[in-house]
Design a protein around this ligand. Sequence first.
Ligand code: AGP
Length: 607
Amino acid sequence: MCGIVGVLGDHEAAPIIVDALKRLEYRGYDSAGIATVHKGVLESRRAVGKLVNLSDRLVHEPLRGKAGIGHTRWATHGAPNEANAHPQSAGTVAVVHNGIIENYHALREELTAKGAKFLSETDTETVAQLCRYYLDEGASPQEAVEKTLQRLEGAYALCFLFETDDNLLIAARKGSPLAIGHGKGEMFVGSDAIALAPMTSKITYLEEGDWAVITRTSVEIRDVNGKLANRQMRNIQLSAMAADKGMYKHFMAKEIAEQPTVLAENIGHYISDDHTRIDLRTDEIDFSKVTNITMVACGTAYLACMVAKYWFEKIARIPVEVDVASEFRYREPPLNPNSLAIFVSQSGETADTLAALRYCVEQNIKTVGVVNVAESSIAREASVVLPIYAGVEIGVASTKAFSCQLATLAAMVLYASQQTGQTGGHDLAELVSAYHALPGIVSQALQIEQEVRAISTELATATDALFLGRGDMYPVALEGALKLKEISYIHAEGYASGELKHGPIALVDKDMPVVVLAPKDALFDKTVSNMQEVMARQGKVLLITDKDGLKTAGHGVWRSVVMPRVHPVFAPVVYAIPVQLLAYYAAVSKGTDVDQPRNLAKSVTVE
Ligand code: AGP
């Protein structure tokens, strides 16, 4: 996902923009650039690779000017090279863009026929050339942008800079988030509040279809129909610590370690003061009227939904369907009017999840957004929002957000049982108490860190790995495989352990690490028999279990990790820890870019 910054300041813009872009690095990128206007001249500097390359460029070829725009590009159209880096400019206008212009081919042909010379492969250059066309026809910058926006199809967050006016930025948002930061005699534009935190905490989020004409002392926002719109200015207090690694080598390490704290924050919000009942802090959800649940998400958030399916069905006795958003949105399933649709998303901006939400809203289904970013698109468009209180998550690999998503979904399940009386034979008070105890158990689980680190160093030499689990450990197996893949680049697959004999066991040999997630629960014996089938074929089994489990089945395994005892219902929250640490230390051992793994973005705001 690309990062956008705009500055109308009273200091040199370039260093402010570079610093803001650094705070957007977590989004993932492969090139970066800046443009400024100084004494009536629009100039840009761009560089492939990390921001340090752009900074080096600016040392040797400094950019002056107090008005500027900057960009970190995650390539969608065109290779990650300097010509395709943003800002993209044409004549006297430069533009930075996050999103995809879906009709850019047709526009490019139309403009080429009118004499435009394209220098890049990007869809974004089409925006610059179209704006230039209208400027050349005598339109003012505002008129030119308005006409340009009317021609664009697809998703965009845009910020325009004009050579003719160093007291003007024009920003627009359709499908990708964009914020305006209010300074003292200065104005800023950014993809999120994190980018703008050092400059201001006074933030106005543009709504869908909005565009804004910005000077150092004014912001004029118009809605999709061109009508003046009032958008709330919020005070977003982002602690400086939030986007700072502190004593940790990586944000991911910090965020893994933060889980007991943020889980306590999350659970503290959703449990009654006497710790005996769940209170979702909304009366918008009545599970006694819910016939079935649809859950939609992507990636790790989707795996949290898979865990919650077991919980909703086993405890609250409500049928659940879980789907990845990119499939759901095109499957266009018929939905029962009394169903509840739950969308889980750390960023609240994942394009497919947002599109799936909009499909359900069109079907008049009650929608719940379980998100970490309270002012995100999904938060704004869902009927009900349940924040996960994980705090800012910078590492591309989602860790504390996953455990907080699970905790929030667990609160929904227990709340459903409270409302309907359905508990699947479980003792609700016991479950609420076990839920409340989770932060402490997760804190104990983190004690395995050094043990896992040693194992990861060996795991890092593997080219492939299997993760096995049964029941609600199956989604945790999938999550372990996803974590290992996405940050260490080791190929890994998660499997329901009962599926082993239906194919994957053919992969097993003496070099194949097989991670078995098996707390001593009702399914333990079944999982252990699958594990023994692996060991009988010289498979290298890493058994992640508890003390009783190790005593029962630990003999002969390659390695083992002993977890603290946890109520079987909530084991997924605790068993997420070892798979996060396994992936983290395997990546550290391999020297990959842990916080910004290759090809990945923190939030996938394009399809
Ligand atoms: C998880 O580690 C990945 N970063 C990715 O799968 C992520 O969970 C997915 O893109 C969904 O993001 P969201 O929660 O912001 O919607």
